[in-house]
Design a binder for this molecule. Structure first.
Ligand code: HPA
Length: 271
């Protein structure tokens, strides 16, 4: 795996010598974030040997290299999910690659279902902690000692000081920000109401099919991590109505402007 990672880094280095300080994962709701960047280079995942490519129709997959408010950023436009059938270590390969390219900070975004009954679709939620035990650990298998420890501490995955900065920035921008624990499922099916009751009892405020495993490998590498979920729908059984992928997409599109605004304001703070 370490060799594979190095091959990916080499393939990218053959195209650009850009060194990012921040890595950004653009989830649903930030699909058009490239517009906010002064782009220097774009590399489709398909051009990188061994790289996982999304199997979901219409899901673009590429790295965007460029500047946001003067900050050198590498952004992932599109990510692969565990439910697509990839090994979990391949799902997180793009995150590790961004770490090896030089990014010290990781800003994760996603779409998630709201479990906290006080949430409404369209809310943005700062991720305070996570439960990712429904998917295998991405650190399973031989430890990549070049990257980190065998048994890394996860008691503060989402960096306390970054969380405080995001809170402040959101306040200054007048963007209401909820907070809570993110629960990662394996997907691709949405959850049952009984599962959601179980996750709620376990302390989760939102549920989704990405992000948790990404945060684990980034923490393993010693990156500082921050996560923001766009609550696109209420999770199963919270409202007396079925879930529809179209609703998730529509709400993500509706929140796009505010979400982009928050991310850019956070970048300015990171400068
Ligand atoms: N469940 C899981 N993943 C999701 C949801 C959900 O309700 N909404 C958006 N991603």
């Amino acid at each position: 795996m370490y060799q594979k990672l190095q091959q990916c880094v080499q393939a990218i280095r053959a195209r650009t010598d850009f060194v990012p300080s921040v890595a950004l994962v653009l989830g649903s709701g930030l699909g058009k974030y490239a517009q906010e960047m002064d782009l220097v280079c774009e590399i489709p995942y398909a051009d990188i040997p061994g790289f996982p490519c999304s199997t979901v129709a219409g899901h673009d997959g590429r790295y965007l290299f460029g500047y946001v408010a003067g900050v050198p950023v590498v952004a992932m436009k599109g990510r692969v999910h565990y439910y697509e059938g990839y090994d979990i270590a391949d799902v997180v390969l793009p995150i590790r690659t961004m770490g090896l390219l030089g990014a010290k900070t990781l800003l994760l975004t996603n779409a998630a279902g709201g479990i906290d009954p006080t949430f409404v679709p369209g809310d943005l939620m700062l991720i305070t902690d996570q439960i990712a035990s429904a998917v295998p650990s991405p650190l399973r298998g031989p430890n990549l000692a070049e990257l980190g420890d065998r048994f890394p501490d996860m008691s503060e995955i989402y960096d306390r000081s970054l969380r405080e900065q995001v809170r402040q920035v959101a306040g200054e921008c007048g963007i209401p920000l909820r907070e809570g624990v993110y629960y990662q499922t394996a997907g691709p099916n949405y959850e049952t109401p009984a599962e959601i009751r179980c996750y709620r009892q376990a302390g989760a405020s939102a549920v989704g099919m990405s992000t948790g495993c990404e945060a684990i490998v980034a923490k393993h590498m010693g990156m500082k991590i921050c996560g923001i979920s766009c609550i696109t729908n209420m999770a199963a059984g919270i409202l007396d109505q079925p879930l529809a992928h179209e609703e998730v997409q529509q709400v993500a599109d509706r929140v796009q402007k505010q979400f982009s605004h928050l991310v850019t304001a956070v970048m300015k703070r990171l400068k």
